[in-house]
Design a protein around this ligand. Structure first.
Ligand code: AHG
Ligand code: MN
Ligand code: MN
Length: 337
């Protein structure tokens, strides 16, 4: 690190950010610090996954009928236990739990709602490909002292913060509170997340890369098929697809491009979940100067109806998302509102 630059830990950065908001109480700073702690604990297990019996399936299924990996279960417990006793959280919700997660009666409840995908990209765990954790933070809106399901079903536009942890060649934490996107890299020798990517912005001009699982081509709508064919022929785009949302979005944030997880015939909403995948990623990408659409409407405007509802995702450089919306509208039904 060049000598003139300062070593800024995430805690120091959060305190400095807090100073700019006179109304800030420090509770939010504590909450993000607790999430950063959970990220370090999960990252430690991820990084030694090949050495301890934490790989492979947990022998159980999650609410989506997907085989739970041991690391899914571990990360889910770590996220909940890092936050449940803090007095900062009214309730939580997780990809791995069918219903929302109240705070145990023995602990005080707080003002924030944390919704998370504890381990994203589970199919890549056993092959040592980057995986992540995604979190979305709302304020409690229900009248009672403790959180309810209503607090967990707010549109993405009401998020007070969103972020992800990427367990890759290095462990990075990237978050936004609506004042830009900031990236921190874990220095394992001191166990601190250090500011490495202040004010992240999608680059202009963006890299012409599209990212989608083309194995599903036959199931796509005509508009989706025409869009991808256009990108790879007249558009002369390159293609990159990792199959971990956090890794694919992180690359898009750094290089620009267009990440897509489309709906398909019979499954118009696609695979990715609104509350803890699409909405937090949408806040981050939009705060970094990009766009995040369902293919028809802004993801941040989608009014949730259920905790695990799915939406199609078209996120990345503004011009590319605009193009996707145009081509989807021309030849086929866009995503229903
Ligand atoms: P999760 O592991 O939390 O269930 O998420 C997996 C998701 C997401 O990470 C990725 O974008 C997508 O699954 C990949 O799906 P396909 O394998 O169908 O391409
Ligand atoms: Mn996921
Ligand atoms: Mn997951």
């Amino acid at each position: 690190m060049p000598p003139e630059s300062h070593v800024v830990t995430i805690s120091r950065f959060l305190v400095d950010q807090e100073r700019r908001h006179p109304e800030a109480t420090g509770k939010f700073t504590s909450l993000l610090s607790d999430i950063a702690l959970a990220a370090k604990v999960i990252g430690r297990e991820v990084n030694k996954a090949g050495l301890v019996d934490i790989l492979g399936q947990a022998g159980d299924e999650n609410v989506h009928g997907e085989d739970q990996q041991k690391l899914d279960v571990f990360a889910n417990q770590v996220m909940y236990r890092a936050l449940d006793h803090t007095g900062l959280v009214a309730c939580m919700a997780s990809e791995e739990n069918e219903t929302f997660l109240p705070i145990p009666d023995k602990f005080e409840a707080g003002d924030y709602v944390v919704i998370y995908d504890p381990l994203d990209g589970s199919s890549n765990i056993d092959v040592n490909v980057s995986i992540g954790t995604i979190f979305s933070i709302h304020r409690k809106i229900s009248a009672g002292e403790r959180g309810t399901l209503e607090d967990c079903l707010q549109p993405g536009s009401r998020q007070v913060a969103a972020g992800y942890v990427l367990y890759g060649s290095s462990t990075m934490l990237v978050y936004t509170t609506g004042a830009g996107v900031h990236g921190f890299t874990l220095d394992p020798s001191i166990g601190e997340f250090l500011l490495s990517h202040p004010d992240m912005r999608l680059p202009e001009p963006p890299k012409k890369v599209y990212s989608v699982n083309e194995a599903y081509y036959a199931r796509w709508t005509r508009g989706q098929q025409r869009l991808v064919t256009h990108l790879k022929t007249e558009g002369a785009f390159g293609s990159r697809y990792i199959g971990s949302l956090v890794a694919d979005v992180h690359r898009t944030l750094l290089q620009g491009g267009l990440f897509m997880y489309p709906g398909e015939k019979g499954k118009p909403d696609g695979k990715l979940r609104l509350m803890y995948e699409a909405a937090p990623m949408a806040m981050i990408i939009e705060q970094a100067g990009g766009r995040a659409s369902t293919g028809a409407v802004d993801i941040l405007d989608v009014e949730p109806e259920s905790l695990h509802q799915r939406v199609p995702m078209y996120v990345g450089s503004r011009d590319f998302v605009d193009l996707a919306e145009r081509m989807l509208a021309e030849g086929s039904e866009g995503w229903r509102r």
